[in-house]
Design a protein around this ligand. Structure first.
Ligand code: HDD
Length: 698
């Protein structure tokens, strides 16, 4: 019997022209890309050969007459479009949002308000700074952009995994991005903030401090998209059926919990598997483990001064602590379908913060206001003209009846003779709707004031919430922040920038400043950090107890002579818990013992510890020694991952220098129920943080 195919090894479904028409995403007949059995030109003419150009004799020059050669090369020459100016590196998935009805009191938007309403979505995750081909696991803010194809029109919630932003006014967006992108002379470093220009800007421009603290925390190196929070960042204004308004902040809460990599792991992964996050998402979905998030809202009264508990709700560098305004869950997002074609969907999807439906309105947050201009504008360059809303992935599921005509890449064949209103030629149609008929009617609001280039005075507080964030973290998370600052500033060349950064940190927290200064070998300046803050426990991501292990990857080291029955049993238990079991062996192929066989999915040469959330050594390999296995186990130990072994597998651990009495080491005679339960529980805690001090001082 052939060995059974492992779940994560499922081959991608064929998308090539094999005679069947492949439709793009959820889109209709007219978006057919490939059809028929034969290879053809773009004009549909069948081709006899696509490997040889038409030449004057076998050794002769190529003829201009060769229409197939010219078409093939010309099309290839124009395959690329400009990458996004920010968030160029991304991966996406299709799914569904289901509302639970609890938002009905604050919004009339049916996709949020109606219990049980299902809305198709397309979600793209991204890093901000790196180019399209950069690594996934760099230290950076992550984009979390969701397109809801609602029955009333498309809504885009274009958020990040960090709830605040570097700047309070969108006019400074080019400045922060120019500072964060690689230096313009040599175009290095790629996809990271550990360089002079970034730190130059954020230390001269202290409103960035709060976001910088988040960026130096574990939040900026998520374990996966599955374990990442998302935030709408700005305060939105929701409008209910009675016309009442509320000020609201959006949160995506991952069902799998909020978890991160550790820094060394993130760095190794950037080399060993630059596609780590996109692979993890695609493999998880393919293995039947969809990504799930609850959508929550913090609801604040829409008062004249637009503040809540002293927090200016128009300031995007501020959060509202969850303890002051609890996050109320209003629905669930499930991402369960991989895109069919990366370019057509993930690359061409165009988000826009101004894509809204009745029931959701914007506020005067000056960052949000600038974004309302930028997103539509950028697509004109990126997607080559004004008709990108006709691309299958951008097309609304609601009926579209606009008066927009012609332009580059027009693919619609518009009917009628009067693309203007009022008209009589087309019987006055289409007509405008009333609010009752679903029109987006902007709420009348009183606006008055002098034209000034200035901020509200409350925007001047740049440090108190940075202090709140740092002091709300657990000890181990604080150590990670200290290490991140020390690493990043240690990569700067300019002494003055490091010193300025320390003077900023002195205003955040004295201990933080002293620890970073010590790492840099510089004196710690004195500042004026907030004396007392009430910590917000919700800001720490250490889980209070074991969570689900859906989509986690557990490596089982086996090989010739291993207890294969045990491997099968353990793999079954891991998969039953929603995780992925991968067998690692010294060489590839199939391991067989008696009638049991198992495909080797990774060899010691093709893998690295960073691929796994936990590593288990099977019985039967007690005498096995290999430096690559030693490194794998030591890295897993250092990164505070669960390590397990049964039978004589513990000898392999000891030989690798692993202290088998340390926390998070699961040992047993056989992979029986208690063994697997302990393993799953330990992985559910994400990391064995009790081990942190041990590995930090080793
Ligand atoms: Fe932005 C892309 C999120 C501020 C201008 N932004 C972009 C994407 C995300 C965000 C997730 C990628 C969307 C995708 O996957 O295609 N941006 C944010 C958040 C911000 C923010 C959460 C602050 C709260 N952005 C921001 C400002 C400006 C822009 C202040 C300009 C004034 N953002 C853009 C852009 C991009 C973009 C240039 C590049 C590609 C695109 O829009 O489609 O328009």
């Amino acid at each position: 019997m052939p060995p059974k195919r492992q779940r994560d090894q499922a081959a991608p479904k064929p998308t090539s022209p094999t005679g069947k028409t492949e439709l793009l995403g959820t889109i209709g007949e007219d978006s057919r890309a490939q059809a028929g059995e034969f290879l053809t030109t773009a004009q549909g003419v069948r081709l006899p050969d696509t490997d040889h150009s038409l030449k004057a004799g076998r050794r002769g020059p190529t003829l201009l007459e060769d229409f197939h050669l010219r078409e093939k090369i010309t099309h290839f020459d124009h395959e690329r479009i400009p990458e996004r100016v920010v968030h160029a590196r991304g991966a996406a998935a299709h799914g569904t949002f289901v509302a639970n009805g609890r938002a009905a009191s604050v919004t009339k938007a049916p996709f949020l308000a109606e219990k049980g309403r299902e809305t198709p979505v397309f979600t793209r995750f991204s890093t901000v700074l790196g180019s399209r081909g950069s690594a996934d696991t760099v230290r950076d803010t992550r984009g979390f952009a969701v397109k809801f194809y609602t029955a009333e029109g498309n809504v885009d919630l274009v958020g990040n995994n960090i709830p605040v932003f570097f700047i309070q006014d969108g006019i400074k967006f080019p400045d922060i991005i120019h500072a964060g992108k690689p230096h313009p002379d040599r175009e290095i470093p790629q996809a990271q903030t550990a360089h002079d220009t970034f730190w130059d800007f954020v230390t001269l421009h202290t409103e960035a401090t709060h976001h910088v603290l988040w960026a130096m925390s574990d939040r900026a190196i998520p374990r996966s998209y599955r374990t990442m929070e998302g935030f709408g960042v700005h305060t939105f204004r929701l409008v209910n059926a009675d016309g009442e308004t509320a000020l609201v902040k959006f949160h995506w809460k991952p069902v799998a919990g909020v978890h991160s990599l550790v820094w060394e792991e993130a760095q190794i992964t950037a080399g060993a598997d630059p596609d780590f996050h996109r692979r993890d998402m695609a493999d998880g979905i393919e293995a039947g483990a969809p990504l799930e998030y609850d959508l929550g809202i913090q609801v604040m009264p829409d008062t004249e001064d637009e503040t809540f508990e002293g927090i200016d709700l128009l300031d995007p560098t501020k959060i509202v602590p969850e303890e002051l305004a609890p996050v109320q869950i209003i629905g669930r997002l499930t991402l369960d379908r991989n895109p069919t074609n990366y370019f057509a969907e993930t690359e061409q999807v165009a988000f826009h913060t101004g894509n809204l439906v009745p029931g959701i309105d914007v506020t005067n947050d000056p960052l949000m206001q600038a974004r309302l201009f930028s997103y539509l504008d950028t697509q004109l360059t990126r997607l080559g003209g004004p008709n990108f809303t006709q691309l299958p992935v951008n097309r609304p599921h609601a009926p579209v009846n606009d008066m927009l005509r012609d332009g580059m890449h027009q693919t619609a064949i518009h009917q009628g003779q009067a693309p203007y209103l009022p008209n009589s030629v087309d019987q006055g149609l289409p007509r405008v709707a009333t609010e009752e008929e679903g029109a987006y009617v902007h709420r009348p609001r009183h606006i008055e004031g002098e034209a000034v280039r200035a901020n509200p005075v409350s925007f001047d507080d740049h440090f108190s919430q940075a202090t709140l964030f740092y002091r709300s973290l657990s000890k181990v998370e604080q150590v990670h922040v200290v290490e991140a600052f020390t690493f990043e500033l240690g990569k700067c060349y300019e002494q003055a920038i490091k010193e300025r950064a320390l003077s900023v940190l002195a205003n955040v927290d004295e201990d933080l400043c002293v620890a970073v200064a010590a790492g840099l070998g510089l004196p710690a300046p004195k500042g004026k950090p907030a004396a007392e803050v009430v910590p917000s426990p919700a800001l720490s991501q250490i889980p209070p107890g074991p969570g689900p292990i859906t989509g986690r990857v557990i490596g089982i080291f086996a090989g010739p002579g291993a207890d294969l029955g045990g491997v099968e049993k353990l793999a079954g238990a891991i998969e039953a818990a929603g995780a992925i079991a991968r067998v690692i062996a010294p060489t590839g192929g199939v391991i067989a013992k008696g009638k049991t066989t198992r495909i080797v999915e990774r060899t010691l040469l093709t893998t690295r510890s960073v691929e796994f959330d936990a590593v288990v050594v099977a019985a039967g390999l007690g005498a096995f020694r290999d430096i690559k296995l030693t490194i794998l186990l030591q890295e897993a130990f250092r990164h505070c991952k669960t390590i397990a072994a049964w039978g004589d597998g513990d000898q392999v651990l000891t030989a690798a220098g692993i202290d088998t009495t340390a926390p998070g080491i699961v040992l047993g005679d056989k992979p029986v129920k208690t063994f697997t339960a302990d393993l799953i529980k330990s992985v559910g805690l994400h990391r064995v943080w009790e081990r942190a001090e041990l590995v930090m001082s080793s």
